[in-house]
Every structure is written in C-alpha cells, then in structure tokens.
Design a protein around this ligand. Structure first.
Ligand code: TYD
Length: 219
C-alpha cells in the first residue's frame, strides 16, 4: 500500500491546482501518482457529478444529495482508488468523505453521525492516510471562484452562510485528528503551498519505507 491523500477546503481554495502541482513534484521525485476527484473520478461518478453540480439541472433535497455524493464515492473506491493504491501509486484525491460531512452535514444540516455511518457502508475501510485542509475564509474562496470567470456550479450558488458553516466544520474537524489532518494557509503562492505539501507526502512515504522509483507505474 502506498499513500491515500485527500485535499479538502472551501470552494475556490485551490485544491485542483494543488493536486496538479503536487503530482508534478512527486513524479519528478520518482513516485507514481494517480490524481482523481469527487464527485467524479469514474464514468458513473462523472454522470452523477453533472446531475449534482449543474445549476438548474433539478432540485435535489439534502438527503438525495448526500446519497448521490456517496454513491459516486462507492464506485470511485472500488474502480479507481483501491486499484491505484494496490498498484503502489500515491493517490491524490480532490475531496472525499470529509466534503460530505462538511457540506451535507454542517452545510445542509443533516446528522453527522448518520452520514458517517453511510460513509462506512460506502467505502468500508478505505479512509485517507493524510488530508490537507486548504484553509481560507469562505468569502475569499467564493470571490476567487467568481473572479475566475468559470461558471458557478449549483453549490457555489449557495449563500455565504452555507459556505461559512462548511468552513467552520473543517476548522473544527482538523485539530481532532492531527496525525491525518494538516492545515495549510491557502492564501500563499501556489508553488509555496505545493512545495510544503509534496515535502510532507514524501516524508510520510519514507516513514512507511516507500522509496522513490520502487514502482514506476503511473497514470
Ligand atoms: P467543484 O467544482 O469540484 O468545486 P471545488 O473545486 O470547490 O471542489 O465542485 C464540487 C462541489 O461539490 C463543491 O461545492 C463541494 C461539493 N461536494 C459536496 O457537497 N459533497 C461531497 O461529498 C463532495 C465530494 C463535494
């Protein structure tokens, strides 16, 4: 087994930029890497993503939203994440279980313990070894998202109070498990952030006795 790394944080915090930059650094250091994202990552997951994120696609009640996010995840684990880890790749996943707890739990107000039970049903023991919280105020993330010019998805359009509840959940969850969570100040330059994240991943890999070039299979 290699290392399962997830990236979490508010919308607009730069998670997808970071997965790309960190993957480049790990690959140049000789580690095989698989990048993936949620909701999505598989053909089924990408179809579910369209239903979930397209504004005006259809009104989705919170429990249906949680189940769809989690259904995409169950498929993702079996088809992508576990096979990649078994092949020896470092898996960099843009959002995972914590997003459901933050957005559908804290954001929409669904009971966190029931969502956790649902996650156990969906992913069994496939939980992250390391999670980076790209931390920035929710309003900065939303402003970045608006300034980027890319179309806003259905969840981006939820109000600031929703995104602040999400951000607050992340900020409370991270200190509860310091071995898994690392909080990163996401207001710094992307290269500075990527250097710090890649160094930490390499440190964890070495601690597990995984050396660069041990398995060159890469995606
Ligand atoms: P995306 O465009 O990928 O945004 P980001 O770059 O911020 O990740 O959209 C994913 C959206 O889906 C984002 O608003 C968070 C939300 N989401 C949930 O609400 N629950 C989940 O379990 C996951 C994985 C994502």
């Amino acid at each position: 087994m290699s290392l399962f790394v997830t990236f979490e944080g508010p919308d607009g915090a730069g998670k997808s930029t970071q997965t790309g930059l960190v993957a480049e650094r790990l690959r140049s250091a000789g580690y095989p890497v698989t990048i993936t994202r949620e909701p999505g990552g598989t053909p089924l997951g990408e179809r579910i993503r369209t239903v979930l994120l397209e504004p005006g696609e259809c009104a989705i009640v919170p429990r249906a939203e949680a189940l769809l996010m989690t259904a995409a995840r169950a498929q993702h684990v079996v088809k992508v994440i576990q096979p990649a880890l078994e092949s020896g790749a470092v898996v960099l996943c843009d959002r995972y279980i914590d997003s459901t707890l933050a957005y559908q739990g804290a954001g929409r107000g669904l009971p966190i313990d029931e969502l956790q039970e649902l996650q156990r049903f969906a992913v069994s023991s496939c939980v992250p070894d390391l999670t980076f919280l790209l931390d920035m105020p929710a309003e900065d993330g939303l402003r970045r998202r608006e300034d980027s010019g890319s179309p806003l998805n259905r969840l981006d359009r939820d109000g600031l109070a929703f995104h602040q509840r999400v951000q607050e959940w992340y900020r409370q969850a991270a200190p509860g498990d310091p071995e898994r969570w690392l909080v990163i100040d996401a207001l710094r330059s992307p290269d500075e952030i990527a250097d710090e994240i890649a160094e930490e991943i390499i440190r964890r890999l070495r601690r597990r006795g995984v050396s660069a070039g041990a398995n060159r299979k890469s995606e």
